[in-house]
Design a protein around this ligand. Sequence first.
Ligand code: MRU
Length: 350
Amino acid sequence: MFKTIEWTSDGVRMIDQTLLPGEEVYRTFGGFREVAEAIRSMVIRGAPAIGVAAAMGVALGIKNSSAQSIPELRKDFETTADVISKTRPTAVNLFWAVKRMRETFDGALAGTGSETEKIARARARLVEEAQRVLAEDIAINEAMGKHGAALLQDSSTVLTHCNAGALATGGYGTALGVIRAAVSEGKKIAVFADETRPFLQGARLTAWELAKDGIPVTVITDNMAGHFMKQSKIQAVIVGADRIASNGDVANKIGTYTVAVVARENQIPFYVAAPLSTIDLNIASGDEIPIEERSPEEVTHWRGIATAPKNVEARHPAFDVTPHRYVTAIITERGIAREPYVQSLRALFP
Ligand code: MRU
């Protein structure tokens, strides 16, 4: 099995997702600026994986810092956190991870000991914490899988959009984790993977990892989903999320909203699988979620080849928001939430 991301003595090692499925290349990033660039350029992507990369990036920034005093180290922490935080705006897991690392950092400096001891402790603790974020993420996905598997019927076909699999997380996946758990319980599940224009996370990544696992997968272009739903070829939809507002509105890969509306039209359940680190209780609704606008060139070109005439306008919002009324249930590591989400989501938090 491949490893999406891991900590090594040389830095943070990731599978380069921009090259899949053609090439399975692992790259090691030795500094926090390189990790930030890997997030921005989508060498690593998917909300929980971005969270893990952010935590490791912060750890790397402090590990490599040459600061000799606590004020210098704090300054380096702020620079690192700032650079990492400016990579991608939508997945709240990134900000969740930076906050968690900040708490660890403050805790390490607050203890007893000399300034030199505190600096050494902060360095060591941040590295440990980043590795813990990764290990916990995998365990969380497995727990989510167990809760969600009960929602999938035996001998059914499930549609997914984008990639919410092992590649989008520390391992196992959120939406694909639920599918994996159902399959390991003995259910026969087939997957329809939306291609997911323009970055093709469905065709390139979801199909790649499901095929590796021997789970039957059929790639369709995004505009075919409605057709197959109307023909009763799809029994459930399951997707991941980049940020969920307190009212249950879900930001996920562009195109998710369309899928949810067509699923409702066809009375097909629409499930979202996401860890608590994706739920943003600080915002009331999806209207407050910042939507990343990526380069229009990702729409007009594919790996340098023009797919649209020169000089035409193009837009590239990378995410959309599905209103909570279309969401049948939200699967988390602490159980399944349903309407009214304002209450059910809050109740999941300690
Ligand atoms: O732009 P991406 O590839 O980072 O977008 C990823 C998604 O939209 C995923 O569905 C989401 O992050 C959930 S991943 C478990």
